[in-house]
Design a protein around this ligand. Structure first.
Ligand code: SF4
Ligand code: SF4
Length: 138
């Protein structure tokens, strides 16, 4: 996937947003719940055989260069997951209401201009039920 220009190497710390938005069945952690493997250094099982499949498959769009420093997922409230092959990005809501931010819509519009569709995944409702995914328009 072609991403937006990046001016400096990026690192996760102190962001840990993906460890809350991803469902991790191996640790009985649902979407919107912090993973129990989070620790002061980030992840207790990083790089080991115990790292769940969802974490191995996840590719962070912000780390790869999308957006600006202000769009780091814990600041933006949205985690952008980028597919390696297809023309779709998934925008996981990490903070309630963040998918409605104009900045998030602008990022979706920038991706759309590159032929990449942004699929919005809201946080589960208060009852824990998943809410409908939808295309995010810029
Ligand atoms: S969401 Fe991206 S920047 Fe944040 S912890 Fe995960 S991989 Fe790192
Ligand atoms: S296993 Fe590690 S990388 Fe995966 S969600 Fe949990 S803390 Fe994050």
């Amino acid at each position: 996937m072609k991403l937006l220009p990046m001016t400096a190497r990026r690192v996760c710390c102190p962001c840990r947003a993906c460890c809350t938005v991803l469902a991790i069945p191996e640790y009985e952690s649902g979407r919107g719940e912090p993973c129990p493997q989070e620790c002061a250094k980030g992840c207790r099982v990083h790089g080991s055989d115990a790292q769940p499949a969802a974490c191995r498959a996840f590719s962070c769009g912000w780390l790869a260069g999308a957006g600006t420093d202000a769009d780091r997922p814990d600041r933006l409230g949205v985690v952008m997951a980028t597919g390696r092959k297809d023309a779709t990005a998934v925008f996981y809501e990490a903070q309630a209401g963040a998918l409605e931010k104009s900045r998030v819509k602008r990022l979706a519009g920038l991706l759309a201009s590159q032929g990449i569709a942004a699929v919005a995944v809201p946080l589960p409702g208060e009852d824990g039920q998943e809410r409908d995914r939808r295309l995010l328009k810029g």
